[in-house]
Design a protein around this ligand. Structure first.
Ligand code: NDP
Ligand code: A1CAB
Length: 266
């Protein structure tokens, strides 16, 4: 019996397994994998994980089952695996919008579930994952899931009712931040900066600002004030951004992200 089985090894599945192995949350000989693209599994097999020939083989031979397929693939996958589930199985689902109710309707009322929303920076050890324990999964089982993600960054327990809303905060937000950075970088290149220099300056400022927000003990208002010299450049920039409806653009993005999660879970 393997401790961790994984079905679906794509953009996020592979880095989750990589991180869990290198962070020693689970040992490679305790991991069995099944994905549609065998070449993506190869680096994981080289370090000692096992490959299954089917979804059923994974389910039949693991305790924790990480589902990292797209939400749209679950309607086909869940009925396939249901006959092979045992009461001790713990399903760890990272599928955006897929609630515990959806999973229990498909797999059975007593299914042990952990919902998790990770993000891709976990591939560099800077992930932030939000997790929720669903009864009857035990605290020890939840702790295992927390470790799987926590070794690749940080892991936070959140209420299950907020799993869709958290996607805008961590799951999808890296892409929002990349897009904002792209806008800054494109403008910087028009000013004459080479791309690499601009990226170092912009991203370095983002990292510095993030540290200030998390560790300086100063409120967001006071941090903003400290940058805004009276009559200076920052207040001019912020005023123009506010006049161009920055708040509305970002809030609309968050709302569309959350709305899509609810649609995917129907
Ligand atoms: N990408 C991200 O940043 C994040 C993604 N998520 C969630 O993670 C999940 C995966 O997303 P992502 O990695 O981006 O998607 P990908 O499409 O990159 O990966 C999913 C993989 O699962 C494969 N797959 C589908 N059905 C099966 C099956 N029955 N057996 C084995 N493999 C299967 C797909 O193969 P095929 O190519 O044939 O479809 C694909 O390779 C989604 O539910 C998403 O909501 C959560 C947080 C962040
Ligand atoms: O875009 C998506 O649907 C997934 C979920 C969060 C990040 N990527």
């Amino acid at each position: 019996m393997y401790e961790l089985g994984v079905i679906g090894l794509g953009h996020i599945g592979v880095p989750i397994v990589n991180g869990a192995l290198s962070g020693k949350a689970v040992s490679a000989d305790q991991v069995i994998l099944y994905g549609h693209h065998p070449e993506r599994l190869e680096p994981l097999l080289l370090v000692g994980a096992s490959a299954a020939k089917s979804e059923i083989e994974v389910v039949s031979s693991c305790h924790y089952l990480l589902l990292s397929v797209k939400p749209q693939s679950l309607s086909e996958l869940l009925p396939k695996i249901k006959p092979f589930l045992r009461p001790d199985h713990v399903i760890i689902s990272i599928a955006a919008g897929i609630s515990a109710r959806y999973l229990k309707n498909a797999l059975g009322e007593d299914t042990k579930i952990v919902l998790a929303m990770p993000n891709t920076p976990l591939q560099l050890g800077f992930g932030t994952t939000a997790l929720s324990r669903i009864e009857p999964a035990t605290q020890d089982e939840f702790a295992f899931a927390m470790r799987i993600f926590g070794v690749s960054g940080t892991a936070e327990e959140i209420p299950a009712e907020l799993m869709n809303e958290v996607i805008a905060l961590n799951g999808s937000s890296p892409a929002f931040f990349y897009r904002i950075t792209q806008i800054f970088a494109d403008r910087a290149s028009q000013y004459g900066f080479d791309h690499e220099t601009a990226m170092r300056l912009i991203c370095g400022s983002m990292i510095g600002a993030a540290h200030m927000m998390l560790s300086s003990g100063t409120s967001l208002d006071d941090l903003i004030q400290a940058v805004c010299s009276k009559g200076g450049t920052t207040i001019a920039g912020l005023t123009a951004m506010n006049d161009a409806h920055l708040d509305q653009a970002l809030i609309a993005g968050m709302e569309a992200c959350t709305q899509r999660a609810y649609e995917l879970g129907k």
